[in-house]
Design a protein around this ligand. Structure first.
Ligand code: HEM
Length: 223
């Protein structure tokens, strides 16, 4: 008997999820800047912040599933979260260059490090995308591939996070000195990014201590 239950489609799920966050972020952005915003900038903010959020979720899932079995069922979303997030950030890099940098090339010098780190982060995300093919996994072996993917994706995420800090710090300072209650969208996603990175750092320390503990136990058992 054929099952009537439709097969889950992770691509569809992630795209549907992002179709709720893109308008939500766009509207939040417009509601918190207190100035008129061109529609292209409004939509772009939705894509940019959703892209960063999706990549962050894709990294966070691995850490969460290490401690709570509940998250195991979401692990198969990691690839789709990463690729859809990358595409949104690619749109951000491309349109951002057209609407912010081309009309005011001086940004390249005044915000040199912010742009350089953004471009480097995007390039590494592209490498992650390029090596997500099954042939590469078969060639490298799943263990090496997973390790390489982890190093590259975290490096890209760290560069992206510093890029946001450098690009948006003046906006955050204005917010802190103002009476406005709702924080800038960039500050919210940046805080989320810090949680992702701190949690991964915790997992790293946890693994290192456990490995050390198990090695000591194995040495004692041997002697
Ligand atoms: C070619 C590469 C890139 C370029 C040219 C670029 C350019 C920019 C520029 C000019 C800004 C400031 C204007 C704005 O507020 O939107 C910005 C902000 C931002 N960028 Fe990038 N970026 C690049 C890559 C990245 C990457 C790799 C990430 C994340 C992984 C990222 C995430 C963000 C976020 C979240 C913001 C703040 C958006 C907001 O205000 O809500 N960017 N970027």
């Amino acid at each position: 008997m054929t099952s009537l239950k439709s097969k889950p489609n992770p691509w569809k799920d992630i795209i549907l999820f992002s179709l709720t966050t893109i308008p939500l972020f766009s509207v939040y952005y417009v509601g918190t800047v207190y100035k008129s915003v061109p529609p292209i900038e409004m939509v772009l903010k939705g894509f940019t912040n959703t892209g960063y959020l999706l990549i962050g979720f894709s990294l966070l899932l691995g850490s969460l599933a290490k401690f709570w079995n509940f998250f195991d069922k979401f692990l198969h979303y990691r690839k789709q979260l990463g690729i859809v997030g990358f595409i949104y950030i690619l749109i951000h890099g491309f349109i951002g260059t057209i609407i912010y940098i081309l009309p005011n090339p001086a940004i390249l010098w005044t915000n040199y490090w912010a742009i350089a780190l953004g471009v480097s982060g995007l390039y590494i995300l592209f490498i992650c995308y390029a090596i997500s093919e099954i042939v590469v996994i078969q060639k490298l072996g799943p263990k090496n591939w997973r390790r390489l993917m982890r190093y590259l994706s975290y490096t890209a995420f760290i560069l992206g996070t510093i890029h946001i800090y450098l690009a948006k710090l003046p906006v955050w300072q204005n917010y802190i000195n103002s009476e406005i209650v709702f924080p800038p969208l960039s500050l919210i996603v940046f805080s989320f990014g810090l949680v992702v990175l701190l949690f991964r750092f915790y997992v790293f320390i946890y693994d290192a201590l456990h490995l050390g503990h198990n090695t000591v136990k194995a040495v004692i058992a041997k002697n």
